[in-house]
Design a protein around this ligand. Structure first.
Ligand SMILES: N[C@@H](CCC(=O)N[C@@H](CS)C(=O)NCC(=O)O)C(=O)O
Length: 205
C-alpha cells in the first residue's frame, strides 16, 4: 500500500497516473497547497521541502516504510520497483531518463514560471512573461520535433511520457496560443490522454 500526498496540479498528477498505470493500490491524501497544508508538521515529516507530490510506500525494500518526494524520483522508484514503464537495457533506460530530466529540469519549471507570471502574479512583469514564454515555446518545439517520427518521447510509453503529459495538457488549456504550431503534440495528447489509467490519474484528487 502506498500513501499518496498530492493535489490537483501537473506534478501531483504524474504520480496518480503512474500508480493507476502500474495497478498499485494507493490511498490519496489531498494536501491543499492553496490553504497551506504543505507546511503542516505532519506533511513536513514526509517532505521537508513542503511540496506535493510525496509518497510513503509501506511495502518498501528493507522492510520499513519509505517516504519519498520529488516527482521524478518517485516515478523512477515506482518504475524500478515494478519493472514497468522504464526499459532495463542501458540504452533504453538512458533515453527515458533523458526525457524525464528534460521535463523535470526544463519543461516543467519553465511552464510553471510562465503560469505564475502569466496568470497569478499580482504585478505584471512583461520581461518575465516574455522570457518564460519564449523559453516555453522553444521547449515545446523540441518536444514537437521529437514526436514527429515517434508515438512517445522515448522508444516506448514510459515514465517520461507520464511526467510530460499533465504539463502539456494543463498548459494547453491555459495557454492555447503556445500550441498553435505543435501538431505532433496535439496528436500525442490524444494518444496518451486516451489511456484509461491516464484519465483516472488526471482526476486525482
Ligand atoms: N520538483 C518538484 C516540484 C513540486 C512542486 O513544485 N509542487 C508544487 C505544486 S505543483 C507545490 O507543492 N507547491 C507548494 C509550495 O511551493 O508551497 C517535483 O517535481 O516534485
Amino acid at each position: 500500500m502506498i500513501d499518496l500526498y498530492t493535489f490537483k496540479t501537473p506534478n501531483g498528477r504524474k504520480i496518480s497516473i503512474a500508480l493507476e498505470e502500474l495497478g498499485i493500490p494507493y490511498k490519496t491524501h489531498a494536501v491543499d497547497i492553496t490553504k497551506g497544508d504543505q507546511f503542516k508538521p505532519e506533511f513536513l515529516a514526509i517532505n521537508p521541502n513542503n511540496k506535493i507530490p510525496a509518497i510513503v510506500d509501506h511495502d518498501a525494500p528493507g522492510g520499513r516504510p519509505l517516504a519519498l518526494f520529488e516527482s521524478g524520483a518517485i516515478l523512477l522508484y515506482l518504475a524500478e520497483k515494478t519493472g514497468s514503464l522504464l526499459p532495463t537495457d542501458p540504452r533504453g533506460k538512458a533515453e527515458v531518463t533523458q526525457w524525464l530530466m528534460f521535463q523535470m529540469g526544463g519543461l516543467g519549471p519553465m511552464l510553471g514560471q510562465l503560469n505564475h507570471f502569466g496568470r497569478f502574479a499580482t504585478t505584471k512583469v512583461p520581461y518575465a512573461i516574455d522570457r518564460f514564454e519564449t523559453e516555453a515555446k522553444r521547449l515545446l518545439g523540441v518536444v514537437d520535433r521529437q514526436l514527429a517520427s515517434r508515438d512517445y518521447l522515448a522508444t516506448t510509453y514510459s515514465i517520461a511520457d507520464i511526467a510530460t503529459y499533465p504539463w502539456l495538457k494543463t498548459s494547453r488549456d491555459f495557454f492555447p496560443d503556445l500550441f498553435n504550431d505543435t501538431h505532433n503534440i496535439t496528436q500525442y495528447l490524444h494518444r496518451v490522454g486516451s489511456r484509461p489509467a491516464v484519465q483516472r490519474g488526471m482526476q486525482i484528487p
